[in-house]
Write a protein that binds this ligand. Structure first.
Ligand code: NAP
Ligand code: GDP
Length: 368
């Protein structure tokens, strides 16, 4: 990447030299200060600044980021006035304020879709509550504050239906996020995420910032994290079924299989997230979910994974010594339906087949 700040540095050096030793000392001190603040960060050249919107996607290398990318490939409108940059942690550690400022200085985004997070399934959440809380609070605070400082026109952050209250009436809607403690299994993650919703309103009230959030249900699809230990249920099961197929051993489903979940395919979520960024203007969050009728049990999902993987049913086993987590978190998608009545979700059986095929075809490079 060309260092556009070089001519300025040379001019500064020449001026300092003309002033002698004192000038040089002042120059060095101000250069160190500017570097510490990241002020000399050159503008990135991998976005098109002739476009009206520079859209920065934090966590762009993950499951949801890949879903957005896949949607944009089929969406010509994006080419007209938007230039997109998908970040990974290699572009900067967003737990660090300094790194986050550097990223914002480099890209000067007009719009931000904030997906970066410490993410994991039930078992990872149960084992690392402190890290799920701390890392997500740091990332979210840095990103939100940088959006304010760098005058980002709109920020869309990502919550989750697993932050909903555990003891509640169903279905749960957007107004109920804070109506009681979350399930104890993921309270670290849930409280960190809930703070985004609180701060969206605070930044709007105090600074007039345009910040909102989406609330997706469980997500799945190509490019997921297929770790058996830390992943969510569908990618973990896909990995386990793949291994059972190879070895002829048991396909172990953890827990009783009775809990209920709504699942959204990552490319459907990608399409809806881009729509929120472009057209949804309320600070209050919006649930992005399949309808309540599409809720399925973990048992049904496991059987779909077994079938899509070509695994005989004799190999399917339930390990009821493992935790079930929250029984259900049925979300109401009326708000979405009202605004996008024609949106068609990919049927789960089709989506699972696609994810299973993607994992088999990309076994070596898949996250696991
Ligand atoms: P993912 O596949 O695990 O991807 C996480 C992304 O965050 C990756 O791009 C990762 O970068 C980045 N990241 C993590 N820590 C970072 C750090 N310290 N600094 C910079 N970047 C960092 O997650 P996902 O499933 O796409 O989740 C996206 C969003 O959806 C998250 O906010 C999550 O809470 C939310 N969500 C997910 C689910 C689900 O079922 N997956 C459900 C509801 C809500 P690297 O690739 O470099 O590691
Ligand atoms: P949650 O929806 O936030 O609870 O997170 P998950 O996506 O991890 O789903 C957890 C549910 O799937 C629980 O009822 C688990 O008992 C069940 N489950 C069954 N097998 C697995 C597995 O291999 N991995 C995970 N993460 N969950 C599993």
């Amino acid at each position: 990447m060309a260092d556009k700040s070089l001519p300025l540095q040379l001019a500064g050096l020449a001026a300092a030299a003309a002033l002698g030793a004192a000038g040089m000392a002042m120059y060095q001190a101000s250069k160190a200060k500017a570097e510490a603040a990241g002020e000399d960060e050159p503008l990135a050249t991998d976005v098109d600044r002739s476009k009206e919107r520079i859209v920065l996607v934090t966590g762009g290398s993950g499951l949801v980021g890949k879903g957005i990318e896949a949607f944009l490939k089929s969406d010509q409108e994006a080419m007209k006035n938007e230039s997109w940059k998908f970040l990974s942690s290699k572009d900067g550690d967003l737990r660090s304020r300094k790194d986050t400022e550097r990223v914002f200085r480099r890209y000067r985004p007009t719009h931000v879709i904030h997906l970066a997070a410490k993410v994991g399934g039930l078992f990872a959440n149960m084992n690392e509550k402190v890290e799920f809380y701390r890392e997500n609070v740091l990332i979210n605070d840095n990103v939100m504050e940088c959006c304010r400082i760098f005058k980002v026109q709109k920020l869309v952050s990502c919550l989750s239906t697993c932050i909903f209250p555990d003891k509640t009436s169903y279905p749960i809607d957007e107004s109920m996020v804070h109506n009681g403690p979350p399930h104890v299994s993921n309270e670290g993650y849930a409280y960190a995420k809930r703070l985004i919703d609180v701060m969206n309103r605070c930044y709007s009230d105090e600074y007039g910032c345009k910040m909102t959030a989406i609330i997706p249900t469980n997500i799945y699809g190509p490019h997921d994290n297929f770790s058996i230990k830390n992943g969510h249920v569908i990618p973990s099961l896909i990995h386990k079924a793949y291994l059972a197929k190879q070895t002829g051993g048991d396909f172990n489903i953890w827990g009783s299989g009775t809990p209920l979940r709504q699942f959204i395919f990552n490319q459907d979520l990608g399409a809806l997230t881009v729509w929120v960024m472009r057209d949804y203007d309320e600070p209050d969050p919006i649930i992005l979910s399949v309808p309540e009728d599409d809720e399925v049990s973990i048992r049904d999902v496991a059987l779909m994974v077994a079938e899509a993987s070509g695994l005989p049913m004799e190999q399917v086993k339930f390990d009821t010594t493992k935790a079930d987590g929250q029984f259900k978190k049925t979300a109401c998608n009326d708000k979405l339906k009202g605004l996008r009545p024609d949106f068609k979700f990919k049927p789960i059986r089709e989506g699972i087949q696609e994810a299973v095929d993607w994992f088999a075809a990309n076994f070596d490079k898949a996250r696991k």
